[in-house]
Structure formats: structure tokens, C-alpha cells
Design a protein around this ligand. Structure first.
Ligand code: 13P
Length: 351
């Protein structure tokens, strides 16, 4: 079983490929659909995701795995094919978000705890039987002058470790995602503060993973890049982001971990690609670095689709193009000359 888990983890972070995070919760996808004036219904969500999953050539080439939301893993395409089959037939691995979102920590008016441990073992078995081979759990850490507390980092790391152990027990590779937020309403922090908080979050998370007996060679870490907060006046440049992110990861992530797949976290599409590429130009990295982007893979595709059948081909092209740019970034081979045509629409969606 573990050998197989290791292989799945390796495949998820194969150079040239990365993960499509298509597991937006109902609230998040509603917000995304509001931005293109589309009503979020079971059918519109299905149509949108089906459109992405049917971009078979791009998925085969550039996408190693796709993270689904509970509704999506149960849905069928318009012609009756289960969506999960579209993914497998494009040689990508289906994954599933298994946390149940965040709630306020009782001791705090800002900090959050991720819920979903109750009944998790049974849900994981069901997802495995449905064909999922990896899972995702997202914890969020908010930075202010006085936060995060050690308590918040600890309880979230504890939950991530319990989740990760259960995943491996049933044959799913856990994506471990402790996200230090760069786009919260409190995000006035500079890049050095992000470094400090990301470092402690990663250190504590790995302590808990080790204590829980999680096999670190069979996980994927989904990390934030070390960036300035969205509201910080002085934004760090991409070179600094790349350098500090790699330094922070080298100090806190054991080299036995096969790979780190970044979230985009509110960076626009091109910046997320550029920074991934710069990191992959740094030599002697102990793990593969790739993408597990939601917004930074979908913004232009979503805006191009705009809920209309006539735009499907153009939207698929936009998705395919973005995936290709990020694929190049996993080799450190993206550059601004290759990048063309980010639509102004997407800039508006994702400034
Ligand atoms: P973003 O890339 O939009 O941050 O989403 C990735 C994700 O899956 C967060 O859990």
C-alpha cells in the first residue's frame, strides 16, 4: 500500500505537471460566478467544471491531478459520463477536498480552525471506493500584529496530522495545506513577517505529522509562497518572493517529502507562474516544486467562458494555455516573452 502511495505522491509532483484545484466550496464558486454574472446552480457548476475536465490534451500533458468538491465527485457530465471518469481517462489522478471548511476558534475573533475530523475515516473510505486517490485538507493561518497565536498554529497542525494519518491508512495521499493567508482583510504584513509565520507554521505542522506517524514520503505539501500581504504598501518583488520562499522551505520541510505544490492565494495568474519559475531556477532543491492553483489556473478561463456554450472552446484554450505556462514554470523555463495575452477581464477578476 505504501509503495503505491509513494508512487501517487511522486506522480502528483512530476516535473512538467501540477494540480488543478477545482474544489471551490459552494460559497467560493458562487463568488466566482457572481463576477461573471452567472447563477451558481448544480448545473452551472457542473457545466463549468465539465468544460475544464474535457480539455483532455492539456490535462494529459500538464495536469497530474484534479481536486474535486464533494458535489463534483458525484456528478455526471451532460452525456452521462461520471466527471471522475473524464479525469481518469485523461491520465490525471482524481482527488477530493475532505475538510469541512473553517470556523472561528472559540478563543479568538479572527483565527480559524478547520473542521471535518468527525466521521472522516468513513468518508475517506467512500471517496477511495469512488476512485479518489488523494485528498486535501486546508488550514488557514491569519497574520496580524499579534496573530497567529501558538495555540492556533498547534490546533490546526494537530488536525492536519490526524487527517493525513487517516488518509494514508485508507490508501489516499494527503495533501497537507497549512495556508498562511496573503489576501485576508488584515494582510498589511510585509514579506519578513510572512517568512516568520510561515516558518513556524511549517515547523509545527511537521512536528505533528511526525508525532502522528505520517509517512512523509507519501504526502504532498501544499504551501503558500512567502509574500507581502495584499494590503502591504511595499510589495516584495518576485525574485525576493522566490528566494525567501525557497529558504523558508529548505529550513522547515524535510527533504524526504517528494514535492511541494503551491497555492496561488490571490496572486494574479502571471505572478504565480513567474514566481514558480524563478524558484525552479534555484539549484539543488531537495523536492519537486509545482503548482496546485485554483484562481491562478482558472481566472482567464472563467472570464472567457462567462457561462455561455459558444465560449467553451475559447475558455478551454485559455485554461490549456495557463496550464502550459505553469508546466514550463516547473522546469524554470517560463519567461515574460513566452507569456502573451492575459485578458484584461482576468486582471479585473484577480488583480
Ligand atoms: P488558490 O490557488 O486559488 O489559492 O486555491 C488553491 C486552493 O486549493 C486553496 O485551498
Amino acid at each position: 500500500m505504501l509503495k503505491c502511495l509513494e508512487e501517487i505522491a511522486q506522480k502528483l509532483v512530476t516535473p512538467g505537471q501540477g494540480i488543478l484545484a477545482a474544489d471551490e466550496s459552494d460559497n467560493t464558486i458562487k463568488k466566482n460566478f457572481d463576477s461573471i454574472a452567472i447563477k451558481s446552480t448544480q448545473q452551472s457548476r457542473r457545466d463549468y467544471r465539465e468544460m475544464l475536465f474535457r480539455e483532455k490534451k492539456a490535462i494529459q500533458e500538464y495536469i497530474s491531478g484534479i481536486i474535486l468538491f464533494d458535489e463534483t465527485i458525484r456528478q455526471k457530465a451532460a452525456d452521462g459520463t461520471p466527471l471522475i471518469e473524464l479525469i481518469s481517462s485523461a491520465d490525471a489522478i482524481p482527488g477530493i477536498k475532505v475538510d469541512r471548511g473553517t470556523k472561528l476558534l472559540t478563543s479568538s475573533d479572527i483565527e480559524k480552525i478547520t473542521e471535518g475530523l468527525d466521521g472522516l475515516r468513513e468518508r475517506l473510505v467512500e471517496y477511495y471506493e469512488m476512485g479518489a486517490r488523494f485528498a486535501k485538507w486546508r488550514a488557514v493561518i491569519t497574520i496580524t500584529d499579534l496573530k497567529p497565536t501558538r495555540y492556533c498554529i498547534n490546533v490546526n497542525a494537530h488536525a492536519l496530522a490526524r487527517y493525513a494519518y487517516l488518509c494514508q491508512e485508507v490508501g489516499l495521499v494527503p495533501i497537507v495545506e497549512p495556508e498562511v493567508l496573503m489576501d485576508s482583510e488584515h494582510a498589511f504584513h510585509d514579506i519578513n513577517r510572512c517568512y516568520e509565520v510561515t516558518a513556524s507554521t511549517l515547523r509545527v505542522t511537521f512536528e505533528h505529522l511526525i508525532d502522528a506517524g505520517v509517512s512523509l514520503d507519501s504526502i504532498v505539501l501544499k504551501a503558500n509562497m512567502v509574500t507581502s500581504g495584499r494590503l502591504c504598501v511595499k510589495q516584495a518583488c518576485s525574485e525576493e518572493v522566490a528566494e525567501l520562499t525557497v529558504r523558508c522551505l529548505k529550513t522547515n520541510v524535510p527533504s524526504i517529502v517528494p514535492g511541494i505544490a503551491f497555492l496561488s492565494g490571490g496572486q494574479n495568474e502571471v505572478l504565480a507562474t513567474e514566481r514558480l519559475s524563478l524558484m525552479n531556477q534555484i539549484s539543488n532543491l531537495p523536492w519537486n516544486l509545482t503548482f496546485s492553483y485554483g484562481r491562478a489556473l482558472q481566472a482567464t478561463a472563467l472570464a472567457t467562458w462567462a457561462g455561455s456554450k459558444v465560449n467553451v472552446l475559447a475558455a478551454q484554450k485559455a485554461f490549456s494555455y495557463r496550464a502550459k505556462m505553469n508546466s514550463l514554470a516547473t522546469f524554470g523555463k517560463w519567461n515574460a516573452d513566452i507569456e502573451v495575452g492575459l485578458s484584461s477581464f482576468a486582471q479585473k477578476l484577480n488583480p
